[in-house]
Design a binder for this molecule. Sequence first.
Ligand code: NCD
Ligand code: ZN
Length: 352
Amino acid sequence: MTETITLPGLIDVHTHLRVPGGEHKEDFRTGTAAALAGGITTILGMPNTSPPLSTPEELAAAREQAAQDILCDVGLFAGASPEMIDQLPACAPQAAALKIYLNDTFGPLRVEDVPTLAACFATWPRHKMIAMHAEKQSVAVGIGLAAAYNRPVHFCHISRREEIELIAQAKAQGLPVTCEVTPHHLFLTEADAARLGPLGDMRPLLGTPSDVAALWEHLDETVDCIATDHAPHTLAEKRSDTPPPGVIGLETSLPLMMTAVQQNRLTLNRLIELMHHNPRRIFNLPEQSDTAVTVALTPNSITNQMVQSKCGWTPFHGTEVLAKVQKVMLRGEVLFEDGRILAKPGSGKLLS
Ligand code: NCD
Ligand code: ZN
């Protein structure tokens, strides 16, 4: 008989659900279906939509759509935008956290001036997290702001040796900083980017073997969360002359991380900290009663055919793993079992 293990409902604090404006890539139903198929029962959605979630009106409209469609629990980020920075406090009641983009990536959201950063840190409620897309020396900007305003900053998708070492240094000084890493930055390198072409292109780019080694070295101490940066784009878009950056990850995160547990690269307890306890604590997310994920410890191949996400492909197509999500129960109801989504739209809760 196949051995199984039971985990709490997992949390992914970095996903792109594409509503409004990108519904051909993903929507609240397909994005949350992908989460359930990956053993994830709470997700936070990013604000780089079209238009972005930078005003109370846009957040309200997205929440109204989400309330009808979501299959698991969802919170939304508000996005900092220099033109609409005065609206931030009014966004806060509807947002799980604030996202600030310091570097170029998909979508128009970007903050490049100190007055806007200062306004974010001065006006965003202290009990809600500020998350940053910060690469290279921008990590130092985020650490400086955490110190200057004496408030927590969470770094998204840290991918480079120099960045994780800087965050380790900041933590050693007692600064209130936390960070996530993605499975693609843990399991793929720039050699895979060359093999995959646009299907291996995302921000931050895949790293060198030394970068990947540094992330694994820091997984027990410095890294706080595994988050996927689930960023669906269609194959047609990826094969176009201007392919957008981003790859999906909700369905493959747990199978990949469980495989690492099987291979003694991290402990099962550490996986549960990285994928449940720490994200819950850092983003102050509610507990889900009667919620459990059953994982079968069995060899399995990841394929494009199994993908629930609307984009229909994964950069891990053809990868062999040692775990398969068998069943997901949320608040006493079985919402996913043996490859089938059983949840009905609206079975998820919207987080404030
Ligand atoms: C993300 C997207 O497509 O929205 N793309 C990516 O390469 N990660 C944007 C982001 O999170 O930077
Ligand atoms: Zn992202």
